[in-house]
Design a protein around this ligand. Structure first.
Ligand code: 2RA
Length: 340
């Protein structure tokens, strides 16, 4: 006996990955519905070896459905997530809308799976921001061993984090540089992303940080430990898929780099690739399509008493979004919605 599962936003990058991963992991599905907005209605999407015709999110009746994985953005989530929740369908939402709501669990299963137990307050569970998810997977096992005081993180985020538009912009600008007649009008974008990096993701906050940076701070505190001080610089880079992060950690107690490496090797969701030689580390192109949060360049930070540096890379469409959402669904099913 399986679950009746909905994927809302099934034609977007994350929605398609949700369907792919539900099939790859053989999630126990009795029935599945792929929902899309009016403009994408009828588009066909793959679910394993099946093809699903998308249905209308606006008119869909969630009654009798067990779980709905949402990848529709905050505006549409605001309208349809409460409707699904009221119908008794548990929403697992990839937008930022509910992440900071104290009544909504914000979950990375390798870090705080037990938080799923609080789903019934609003029948909604929130998926974290992609750059947060991979980082807390790496921090959790180290925090348990040597209690983290402070994290300084610089991110190198791929353009797929900005959706299809982000991918198209990089492609068009790059093509425009090499194909005569396909140059892109500079008036069409604020800053060039092709062969460039942009220290700005989401909107600017009063204190000069960006909302993407604020998300990493707020979400790490909610998911892992509110006592951890976090400061972030989030940068967009000309990579199609795969977020990278340079993470500096200060602990309460000393943690030797070799012990940290051993701990990470055993940590759930982590793959350590860390040799001090040419190619002995992971890069974004190698993480695409994988489930793992890859860790490389593990080394002491000798400028402080209890410091460690590491390099963290993961597929932002998978662990950063669709995979984490499916893992939440698995955790919800195993802990709270067991089927006969
Ligand atoms: C980004 N994390 O990378 C944000 C949203 N996916 O653009």
């Amino acid at each position: 006996m399986g679950y009746k599962v909905v994927v809302a936003g099934a034609t977007g990058n994350v929605g398609r990955e949700m369907l792919n991963i539900l099939a790859e992991r053989e999630f126990p599905v009795d029935e599945i519905a792929a929902l899309a907005s009016r403009k994408s209605l009828g588009t066909e999407v793959s679910f394993g070896d099946k093809t699903l015709k998308t249905q209308d999110l606006d008119t869909f009746d969630f009654t009798g459905w067990d779980m709905a994985l949402f990848a529709v953005g905050s505006d549409a989530t605001k309208i349809y997530a409460p409707k699904a929740a009221r119908a008794g369908c548990v929403v697992i939402d990839n937008s930022s809308l509910y992440r900071y709501d104290p009544e909504v669990p914000l979950v990375v299963p390798e870090v705080n799976a037990e938080a799923v137990d609080g789903y019934a307050k609003k029948n909604i569970i929130a998926n974290p921001n992609c750059s947060t998810a991979q980082m807390v997977v790496a921090l959790k096992p180290l925090h348990e061993r040597a209690k983290i005081k402070r994290v300084v993180v610089s991110t190198y985020q791929s353009v797929s984090g900005a959706g299809k538009a982000g991918i198209d912009e990089l492609w068009d600008q790059t093509k425009g540089m090499y194909v005569p007649g396909q140059e892109v009008d500079p008036k069409k974008f604020t800053k060039q992303i092709a062969f460039n990096v942009i220290p700005h993701i989401d909107v600017f906050m009063e204190d000069g940080s960006t909302k993407e940076e604020w998300k990493m701070v707020a979400e790490t505190k909610k998911i892992l430990d509110k006592s951890i001080k976090v400061t972030a610089t989030c940068v967009r880079v000309p990579v199609f898929v795969g977020h990278s992060e340079a993470i500096n950690i200060e602990f309460e107690d000393f943690l030797d780099e070799d012990e940290a490496r051993d701990i990470l090797r055993e940590a759930p969701g982590v793959m350590v690739i860390d040799k001090r030689e040419n190619g002995g580390y992971v890069t974004p192109v190698e993480c695409v399509g994988d489930y793992a949060t890859f860790i490389s360049r593990i080394r002491q930070d000798g400028t402080i008493d209890n410091g460690l540096n590491l390099w963290c890379v993961s597929d932002n469409l998978r662990k950063g979004a669709a995979l984490n959402a499916v893992q939440i669904a698995e955790t919800l099913g195993n802990r709270c919605l067991k089927k006969g």
